[in-house]
Design a protein around this ligand. Sequence first.
Ligand code: RUB
Length: 307
Amino acid sequence: MDEVQKILDDIRALRVQGARNVALAALKAVKIVAERSSDADLVDNVKNVVLELARTRPTEPAMRDALTYVLRHLSSKEELLKAIDRYEDEIREAEEKIADYGARRVPDGGVVITHCHSTTVVRVLTRAKEVGKEFRVVVTETRPKYQGKITARELLEAGIPVTYIVDSAAYLFMRDADLYITGADAITSDGYVVNKIGTALMALAAKRFDVPYCVAASTLKYDPVTAAGFEEPIEERDPSEVVDPSELPGAEIRNPAFDVTPPDLVDGIISEIGVYAPQIFPAMVAQQKGVSDLEEVIALFELVRQK
Ligand code: RUB
């Protein structure tokens, strides 16, 4: 199969998952297309793949940011490839800072609970381990696609003790946790956190037991289109991921990929610009990054919505 087609398929099928990995895979696809293009057909080829990539997963502002950035650097193949390298370096630098800030929040001798698989969260936890903290991580399996298995494997590889549970055991295990931490796919202009389905239910449980809930997410997860009055779209996936529809003839089967946690259930967003309450995080991001590129981001978002 063609390498670019494979990346598109892998993103759609969640063989590549997690917002950060999706954004990096999208950039890889753009690079391949750029390398194959002549300067004459670069713009058309890249624009086509950008749109196809942006449509693979609608709830991914980090990927949209990366792709908008690509569209801004199309003057030549050389400039584009250099720009992508710079962007990837920035993503990695941001991750290092988040790992440092986040590791300070991990309770030494305590229990952390997480949901789904977030590379950002795994980095935070492995950094905490590197600086000498001892803790156990309770990992939910994350139905229907079991991303919890990826988290559990990565933590075990780093020497971090793991307790693996079904999603519906989260309330029971939350009671003894000292920190609930997840990643984010999107953070809206009013501080709502969009993450894997089930995240909000666990945030409610955390509130019930006074367990702090922190979200480890780079500023790329902030979705500027929400500041312009657009709603963050929530991806609805194929029902057959949940159950074979032939087993339940007549039933409506729903498979939303994400849910939305209100800011009053979130204690802090751990980002590369520091740790902020969700209510002020969007303002801090806007202050650091400016809002000049908003029109370009909206243009790509609108194309994605026209699907
Ligand atoms: C993954 C998920 C992750 C965020 C953040 O969902 O909800 O928590 O994407 O991940 P899916 P990261 O498996 O549907 O992609 O920190 O790696 O960006």
